[in-house]
Write a protein that binds this ligand. Structure first.
Ligand SMILES: [Zn+2]
Length: 404
């Protein structure tokens, strides 16, 4: 089993170790050592990164994971294949680890405060590249969050010691006051104690003083599922980076608004209202246009039997053309619309007309090829022919059908 140097001293950035095993996984190499300063992914904290140097190789470690047989460092190999028994130098990506330690310790404090103030239990915890999240078992509001943030940051400022104690058997007086209950101690359990603020079991890495967390800020929260609320937060250096990213987006969005004064939500509401108004206006204009188009088409319609057939070539998109055709036949008893474009054909009838549009389209397709279908009232298809030719054929077929 790999010896975990990161538990003895989480501030250890360099160490020496012996290669125990090597595996290749596709393009990546995985290496197991007798001991390591690299924390393996687990308990919500990501795996460590860094470098492992041998005599004739270097591994750029991108992740560290724990398997039943030990801790594996996964990365890209440069140079020759490492040999079992070879001595290597470990060089931790300290910046990555230290920020994870800050955010992890910050999480303990935030979770403790949420428990103290609102009796919320933290279930899930996960650190992502640029923020972290926890899940709590109840609703939160911005007022609750703000109070918890103020208390959390006050504790961070207090410079309280973070002490780790390991137990093989958990004494009852400790087990009873833990924020998270320990059901069974497998090998040994690590208890993380932050001043008199929090005491909880945890296998992660933490800073030694709360002050090192720097600053903690909740950036977002929402209901994840029934009874579960997710809280996203940042701490340490990532707090500055993430808040800047959010603020850049906020002010950038205001900057492209016609009215650049905050709040942004007001400006967005104004824009949505103006879109609604424009849509209403556009709809009214379209109705007006349809009315004129209807008149023009009726004035040059074909009389077939007792029915009026209007034929025309259209360039509108199909949805609009279909809406128009349906509206046209609805308003004008005894009419049929035959319209064609480069991409589609649409046949529509008023209900008084005793000919099925589906059947009409079928006959046209039999002659010209293509595909399509529909109902007795409305049929739609795609035919590889000039729109004018489609109209001519459709008109011929319709005449035949109406005579029959
Ligand atoms: Zn922890």
């Amino acid at each position: 089993m790999t010896e975990r140097l990161y538990y003895k001293d989480p501030y250890l950035r360099e160490a020496e170790a012996i290669v125990e095993d090597i595996r290749f996984e596709g393009e990546k190499v995985a290496i197991k050592l007798d001991k390591t300063i690299f924390y393996p992914e687990g308990g919500g904290q990501p795996g460590d990164r860094g470098r492992i140097k041998g005599k004739e190789f270097e591994i750029l470690v991108e992740n560290t994971v724990e398997k039943p047989d030990g801790i594996w460092h996964i990365g890209t190999l440069k140079g020759s294949t490492p040999q079992k028994g070879e001595k290597v130098k470990l060089d931790l990506d300290w910046h990555w680890r230290y920020e994870n330690m800050k955010i992890h310790t910050g999480q303990h404090i935030l979770s403790a405060i949420l428990k103290k103030l609102y009796d919320l239990d933290t279930s899930g915890f996960h650190i992502f590249e640029d923020y972290a999240k926890i899940e709590v078992n109840g609703e939160v509001t911005w007022e609750m969050i703000e109070r918890a943030e103020l208390e959390t940051n006050a504790i961070i400022q207090k410079d309280l010691p973070v002490i780790i104690e390991e137990y093989k058997y958990l004494p009852d007086d400790i087990a009873s006051i833990l924020r998270k209950h320990v059901t069974k101690v497998k090998d040994k359990v690590r208890i993380v104690k932050i001043g008199d603020v929090d005491m909880t079991p945890c296998g992660g890495t933490h800073v030694k003083s709360t002050k090192e967390v720097g600053f903690l800020k909740v950036i977002r929260f929402y209901k994840k599922s029934k009874g579960i609320w997710r809280i996203e937060f940042v701490a340490g250096e990532r707090a500055i980076r993430k808040l800047n990213e959010i603020l850049k987006d906020y002010w950038g969005a205001l900057d492209i608004m016609p009215n650049k004064n905050p709040p942004l939500s007001e400006r967005v509401r104004e824009i949505l209202e103006s879109i609604d108004k424009l849509e209403d206006e556009f709809d009214a204009q379209r109705r007006e246009l349809w009315k004129w188009k209807e008149q023009a088409l009726l004035s040059r319609s074909w009389e077939v039997g007792n029915y009026n057939v209007v034929t025309f070539v259209e360039s509108w998109d199909m949805k609009d053309a279909q809406a128009f055709a349906v509206d046209f036949v609805k308003n004008n008893p005894g009419t049929i619309v035959i319209l064609a474009s480069d991409d589609y054909v649409i046949f529509a009838r008023n209900e008084e007309v005793p000919v099925s549009m589906k059947d009409l389209l079928k006959k046209v397709l039999e002659e010209l090829g293509g595909k399509g279908g529909g109902t007795d009232n409305l049929a739609r298809g795609k035919i590889e022919a000039e729109p004018e030719d489609v109209i001519d054929v459709a008109l011929e077929k319709l005449k035949e059908m109406l005579k029959a």
